[in-house]
Design a protein around this ligand. Structure first.
Ligand code: GTP
Length: 257
């Protein structure tokens, strides 16, 4: 059955490795905590239709890997995002200190006007807290971000985070500040999803070349070629026109990297 919605928003979930990005996405989509979450390889994807301010909005959410070695791949998915959850772990000052870099990437590669909500995740681990609510809210204020502390484990504020971001984007559309018709706005009208438009070697107009597979190989080199990992890879495959244009990936090809 096809879904109907008024708008489609492209969202990113960004932040350092281990902050709980995949668990936040899972909690939002499945309404439960993702047990045994592994590091994301490249980019994963989820979507959910929500009602915000009387409108039906489909959120197309890209969960990016936080590990540095995937940074060049994940950066190519920023373009055209309307909103982002910027995640740090309240029990890890290191992940908080990295926020400025993530923010710069989002505003440079997605759009200077991207709507960002800062999420201090693992709120349930208050006893191990390394970052206070007050300092993070100051950081948010100084950088014009919305801010919430969340817990992917208990579900606290997870829905609120995504909805707050969506509501702000809708308000910008209503006020005329954001033109949904503009290319790269990250907003699509009902039934016409904005394409992911990755840049770099995966960009839509890139002809097939060995270089494309080399980049894909960078992702794959981090993993052994078990069927489980092949499934992970397949979640990226439709986004890479180099692969989808008649060059299906096989276990043998994986083995050749
Ligand atoms: N206590 C607690 N643990 C959490 C929470 N969210 C995630 N975790 C744990 O934190 C670890 C990392 O979670 P992930 O969701 O895989 O982290 P990630 O940010 O997606 O990591 P990368 O994919 O490497 O970027 C896992 O062991 C989770 O079980 C939370 O809200 N509370």
């Amino acid at each position: 059955m096809s879904e109907t919605y008024d708008f489609l928003f492209k969202f990113l979930v960004i932040g350092s490795a281990g902050t709980g990005k995949s668990c936040l996405l899972h909690q939002f989509i499945e309404n439960k905590f993702k047990q045994d979450s592994n590091h994301t390889i490249g980019v994963e994807f989820g979507s959910r239709v929500v009602n915000v301010g009387g409108k039906t909005v489909k959120l197309q959410i890209w969960d990016t890997a936080g590990q540095e070695r995937f940074r060049s791949v994940t950066r190519s998915y920023y373009r055209g995002a309307a909103g982002a959850l910027l995640v740090y772990d309240i029990t890890s000052r290191e992940t908080y200190n990295a926020l400025t870099n993530w923010l710069t990437d989002a505003r440079t590669l997605a759009s200077p006007n991207i709507v960002i909500i800062l999420c201090g995740n693992k709120k349930d681990l208050d006893a191990d807290r390394e970052v206070t609510f007050l300092e993070a809210s100051r950081f948010a204020q100084e950088n014009e971000l919305m801010f919430l502390e969340t817990s992917a484990l208990t579900g606290e504020n997870v829905e609120e985070g995504f909805l707050k971001c969506a509501r702000t984007i809708l308000n910008k559309i209503d006020s005329g500040e954001l033109d949904p018709e503009r290319m790269g706005s990250g907003v699509g009208a009902g039934g016409s999803p904005p394409s992911p438009q990755p840049t770099g070697p995966h960009r839509q107009d890139a002809p097939y070349s060995s270089r494309c597979f080399l980049v894909c190989g960078t992702v794959l080199s981090a993993v052994s070629h078990t069927l489980d990992h092949l499934d992970k890879w397949r979640s990226l495959q439709p986004l890479c026109p180099c692969v989808s244009a008649g060059k299906p990936l096989s276990v043998n090809m994986l083995g050749s990297f």
